[in-house]
Design a protein around this ligand. Structure first.
Ligand code: AMP
Length: 723
């Protein structure tokens, strides 16, 4: 073949012309090819058209570093640990590009490949999309190559080189206009020692070829900086900066936030922070303030951005992590948890009555007057409507529905009159047993319920703190469970939502009675396994995921979003059936690692299970059945890692803004070791940005069943009774 000196095309044996190397309209827009085969000549004209967007442009400004130790599986970008939306480049390994570093570069002859779009930055002497077409050129390079290393008193070496040129002469012109000419060489090296500002200016290399054509190129040297750690007009003063501060020729040490002094040797004084310690701290209640960013480190009993908020009811201590033990309406001290009792209660936890050596009459009189007083106050408050949020006593159902209507119109509408009453059980029929768990709003005890058919093991949930928020959460869960169970009425299939046994709302102690799941929660169960690669283990535990996919189908039919689908909220029954539990309680949790406090505009210090939440739920508070699907994807990830805490971009703890930033960049949880590609693909589909493009719970169930069939031996599948 002729007419193709740079090997853009190939001809196969059956005379097909193949594009063998990238074509570039700007380099050559037409080719006239002559193909010789024996005595036959065939001429073909190939005309290129200029396609918009091709070839990709190499944009120097947003280039990313190459990650020399990188491996495939790297990401191009990650967030810094401290900054919200501030990005640091990580870079792809050599020869790779794209956000996931999974695309292969085509750049030749040592050309650099752009991290984002794979565009090639050709070295001197080469052109074309892949830098594989020779180009007549002359270049100047310097050593050191990094301009930051060129400073007053350093030595610099220049290198002029002609590429693909038949050189007759080569000359160098210096900033002072002197010129050196050399004949029949195609490169020149020269050194400028001990450079000074007077050496600044243009250095031009010019090449003349044997046909009289000239090519030239110019490098402009600008020397203004001193050597590292020196400053002053003559660069003869030492900076001696501490804390990794940089040394500026005129300003001296430029201190990082939190430090001051000529060498950055002094920490910001108490109450100040930031660059040059110029900002004032706003931390309250004895909190210390970080000198670098002013963040407050709250003392025991306080929380919030400036530590101005006392721990919420029922919590005390550092980060409000401890649970108060005060009983009988006592007030709990937010700092040390001590209880201020209401008469007549005494004792550390206000759970004792005065000893009997107190004169009986005196106690009775004070108790009697207290009751009268409380009754009067309650009547006044009730009439004024102030007690509308407190625990209901009479007309339970009306009040509960009223409360629900205030919160969630949809939920209230899904409850028909009389439904709540149907589930009411008598307190005398319940024998509460040992504590088996602590939930968001309450405590969970194992218990026995005496029914006409005999004794039934139940889990009995109560409110922990008697405040309106806890009651609201209590009734919210009760209402959802009633709605789910009433609407399934007559459906005899086993449900994958934890079974409601009854409610006790008419006594002082209120309970939600649930079927007792003897194997506890899924997270605990997963963490007891040792190795995911054990024979059939993943296949077996994916059975639980199938069950929860069915629970999501049930909720979908009822148009209820769970909002906190996670392994910790899945219970496993004695028959090994997974059941979704704990409905809509996420907001009442304080200071756990799974729930992160978020300062969303207009939302006051909310606690959210951020790492399980869909992008739209985090950004716009939107919860739907599709956002439950996202959380379900995280649950699958928990299964595949045997209960690891989700970790995005190598970090366990992420603020609200960091999480949004990470998800918006397309970063998702990584594929766990040993996780089959198909399962990971299913997880990733649950984490698609657009809610409607995520799979449906029905689709998820089908894909999980296929996966299980691939993972488990046929006899196991055949023996299984589908629940
Ligand atoms: P919850 O308030 O639903 O988050 O429950 C708190 C903890 O109590 C759970 O993590 C379980 O360990 C336990 N628990 C809740 N409900 C049940 C149940 N029906 N059967 C057994 N354990 C339960």
């Amino acid at each position: 073949m002729e007419g193709d000196p740079y090997g853009r095309f190939n001809v196969t044996k059956n005379c097909t012309i193949v594009v063998a190397n990238p074509l570039d309209w700007s380099v050559q827009s037409a080719y006239l090819l002559t193909i010789r085969s024996g005595v036959h000549n065939t001429r073909v004209k190939v005309e290129l058209s200029d396609v918009e967007g091709y070839p990709p442009v190499y944009n120097e400004t947003c280039e990313t570093p190459v990650n020399p130790d990188g491996q495939t599986g790297d990401l191009l970008y990650s967030l810094t640990t401290s900054g919200e939306f501030v990005t640091t480049t990580v870079g792809c390994p050599v020869g790779k590009y794209g956000f996931l570093c999974h695309k292969t570069c085509i750049c030749k002859n040592g050309a650099r490949c752009h991290g984002f779009n794979g565009a090639c930055k050709c070295p001197p002497g080469w052109k074309g999309v892949a830098c594989d077409i020779p180009k007549q050129d002359v270049s100047i390079t310097t050593t050191p190559g990094d301009l930051r290393d060129i400073y007053i008193s350093a030595n610099i070496m220049f290198h002029c080189k002609a590429h693909h040129v038949d050189v007759r002469s080569m000359s160098v012109t210096f900033p002072n206009a002197t010129k050196n000419v050399h004949f029949h060489v195609n490169e020149i090296y020269f050194v400028v020692p001990n450079i000074q500002p007077t050496n600044s200016g243009p250095y031009t290399c010019q090449v003349r070829d044997t046909r009289g054509n000239t090519l030239n190129t110019t490098f402009v040297l600008n020397v203004t900086n001193c050597a590292p750690d020196t400053k002053g007009a003559r660069c003869d003063e030492v900076c001696g900066c501490l804390q990794g501060a940089s040394c500026d020729r005129w300003a001296g040490c430029v201190c990082p936030p939190g430090w001051t002094g000529t060498r950055c040797q002094t920490k910001c004084s108490l109450g100040t922070y930031g660059k040059n310690c110029a900002r004032n701290c706003s931390c309250l209640n004895g909190a210390s303030c970080s000198p670098s960013d002013g963040k407050c480190d709250c003392t025991d009993g306080w929380y919030g951005k400036d530590c101005s908020k006392p721990c919420p009811n029922g919590r005390f201590g550092l980060l409000c992590q401890q649970v108060c033990a005060c009983k009988n309406n006592a007030t709990c001290n937010n700092v040390d948890g001590s209880c201020a009792c209401v008469t007549p209660w005494t004792g550390r936890n206000c759970d004792q009555l005065p000893s009997t050596d107190q004169p009986l009459l005196e106690s009775l009189v004070s108790l009697g007057s207290l009751i009268v007083l409380v009754a009067i106050v309650m009547t006044i408050l009730y009439k004024k409507g102030i007690l509308a949020c407190s625990a209901p006593d009479t007309g339970e159902e009306d009040k509960i529905l009223f409360e629900l209507r205030r919160m969630e119109q949809d939920l209230a509408q899904s409850l028909q009159p009389g439904w709540l009453g149907r589930w009411e059980k008598k307190i005398k029929h319940l024998t509460p047993g040992p504590l088996i768990g602590e939930g968001m709003f309450g405590l969970v005890r194992k218990g026995k319920l005496h029914t006409t058919e005999g004794e039934l093991a139940v889990a009995a949930k109560t409110v922990r703190v008697e405040d309106s928020q806890s009651y609201r959460d209590f009734y919210r869960e009760a209402a959802i469970l009633v709605a789910v169970h009433q609407q399934r009425d007559g459906d005899c299939r086993e449900s994958n939502i934890v079974r409601l046994v009854g409610l006790i709302t008419k006594s002082a102690e209120k309970y939600i009675l649930l079927e007792y799941a003897s194997k506890g929660d899924l997270l605990g169960l997963l963490r007891r396994f040792v190795n995911i690669n054990e024979k059939d283990l993943l296949g077996n535990i994916l059975g639980y995921a199938v069950h929860i996919a069915r629970a999501l189908q049930e909720l979908g039919r009822l148009r209820i979003a769970h909002r906190d689908v996670a392994a910790r909220n899945v219970l496993i029954t004695a028959d090994d059936v997974a059941k979704l539990a704990d409905f809509g309680l996420a907001r009442d949790v304080y200071a756990t690692t799974q729930y992160v406090r978020c300062n969303r505009p207009g939302v006051d210090d909310e606690l959210l299970p951020l790492k399980w939440m869909a992008l739209e739920s985090i950004e716009t508070d939107e919860y739907t059945c599709q956002s439950d699907v996202w959380s379900f994807g995280v649950l699958l990830w928990e299964i595949a890692t045997l209960g690891k805490d989700p970790c995005y971009d190598g970090r366990m703890q992420l603020s609200f803004l960091q999480m949004v930033g990470i998800l918006r960049q397309g970063i998702r949880l990584e594929r766990p070791p040993g996780c089959p590609e198909d399962l990971y693909r299913l997880m990733r589909s649950c984490w698609l940005d657009v809610p409607d493009t995520r799979p449906t719970p029905e689709g998820i169930e089908e894909r999980l069943l296929q996966l299980r069939r691939a993972l488990l031996p046929h006899d196991v599948i055949a023996m299984e009774t589908v629940v």
